[in-house]
Every structure is written in C-alpha cells, then in structure tokens.
Design a protein around this ligand. Sequence first.
Ligand code: ASP
Length: 309
Amino acid sequence: MITHLLSAADLDRDTATLLLDTARQLGAALSGREVKKLPTLRGRTVVNLFYEDSTRTRVSFEAAAKRLSADVVNFSAKGSSVSKGESLKDTAWTLQAMGADAVVIRHPASGAAHRLAQWVDGHVLNAGDGTHEHPTQALLDAYTMRERMGRLEGLRVAIVGDVLHSRVARSNVLLLNTLGAEVTLVAPPTLLPVGVESWPAGVEYDFDAVLPKTDVVMMLRVQRERMTDSFFPSVREYSRRYGLDVRRAGLLPDDALVMHPGPMVRGMEIAPEVADSPRSAIVEQVANGVLVRMAALYLLLSGEKGAGE
Ligand code: ASP
C-alpha cells in the first residue's frame, strides 16, 4: 500500500482495485449494523485541514473517520492562525506536535498536499489541491461507475466542461485510464489545459456527437472562483453548447449514467430534470464517497490487509 494518497497517478491498478474492493467490504460490514461504526481506528487521530470551502468532501472525510472510530479534529483556515499569516509549514509542525496519525488537506495551491507530506510523519490524504488533483473524488466516481455499470474495463466515459480548472477531471482521467476505461474530454478549447494532448484521453468539441457513444457522462462545474479572464461569451452560450439539458440527455444510450461531483450549478452545466432523473448517480456519488474515504483511511492507517481479512 502507498503511504499517502496524494495523486491518482500514484495508484496502480492493484492498489486502486484494493481501495474499491475495500470500500465495498466496509459498506457490507456496516450495512448489517444498528450502530454504523467499526472499531478499526480507535485511538487514532485524523485531522481535517481545510483551507478552501468544501461541503461534501469535508463532511464525508469526517463521517468516514468517525465510522472507523477515529478521533477527528476539524481545522478550518478561517478563525485559525492561518488568517494571522501562519505558514503551512508552521501549521504542519503544530499538527505534528499534536500527534496526528493522518492529515486530510484541502488547499488552493496545487502541490500543497505533496509539501505537507514532506513535513509530517502521519499519512497525508489530498482532499483537493488547487487545480491539480482530487484523488478520493476519482475513487468515489470509479466506485459509483463500477457499482452501477458492473465494470470499468472498456467503459466509455465523457468528462464535460471546465477541464482547465478541474482537479476532478485530471484525477478521473488518470484513474479511469489505469482501470481500463476510455475517457473523452468535451470542452470549449478555452477550457482545456495546455498539454491536454499528453493526457490519456481523447478530446472532442461536439457534445451532441459524443453522447450516443457514451456510457457515463460526467458534468463539471464552471469554476468561476478560479477564473481571472472570460473563457466563454455568456452563460447562455455555454449552456447551449456544453450544458446537459433534457434534449441532450435523450441522445445517450438508455442505460447510460449521468454524474456530477458537485456542487452543481443547475441550469448551467446541467438541467434540474436531468440531475434528478433515475439515470443520475449524483446522490449515490456522495454516499459512496464516505465508503471510499473509509477505505483510504483504513488502508493507509492500518497496514495492507483488505477489510474482510
Ligand atoms: N467539489 C469539486 C472540487 O472540489 C468540484 C467543484 O468544486 O466543482 O474540486
């Protein structure tokens, strides 16, 4: 097993599959229980270090750690010494002195999780670093696809929208490629990163043409908070060309799946009717996130064995 979970690029096929299988076993172990808690990480401390806003990911990591009986310390940059100018390094030393066994970090700077891993002895889990990576999101997405579609090998996945600012897209492309899926990125040229040709994914600009050949369509939010420029003429124009509305969803094969990492901007990249339709796995993604994060904490903190062993 790896020591830290920093990047989907660090996960080979066996490690990624072990994480997904362990998430499944943990789900099965919990489902029969009245009290949804396993004693596995009793006495261990997990620190949630969030320098950027988060709803799902923070709550999900907290729930995951608590379901494994770990002690959880939530640290958010607002209201901490970070707002007094304390550096990440000083914060890392504080956490080190407190004896954190694992640190879950979200940070606006790409590479922050890697830096932190050099400064603390505990295991570091990247919960999103700038526009770089969000490996547990990719794991929960792969888990959701595998549960709903029964396989990942050969699955045709379209990732659509603001790829340029999306750590979710990068982590998904890397992990899905490792697990044998075929990924196509669909975006306006202005929202694709430089060097995208070297990613293990195809690139298309015509969303309508891609949909009939797609098993899973993953919509991305337009990340306005990371934009310094104007990347498209108007919201209306963006939606018209790259939004998943009811007509477009009708172009998908009947058993295709619709996904979105959240937060959604309903009416922009996805129509409410599509987000709430039976082919949408968006709510399941959130539920599966807890299982996948439990698996990550469990495997990092308690050695190499699967949950059933
Ligand atoms: N929640 C995801 C992230 O933190 C996606 C998004 O914000 O649009 O990267």
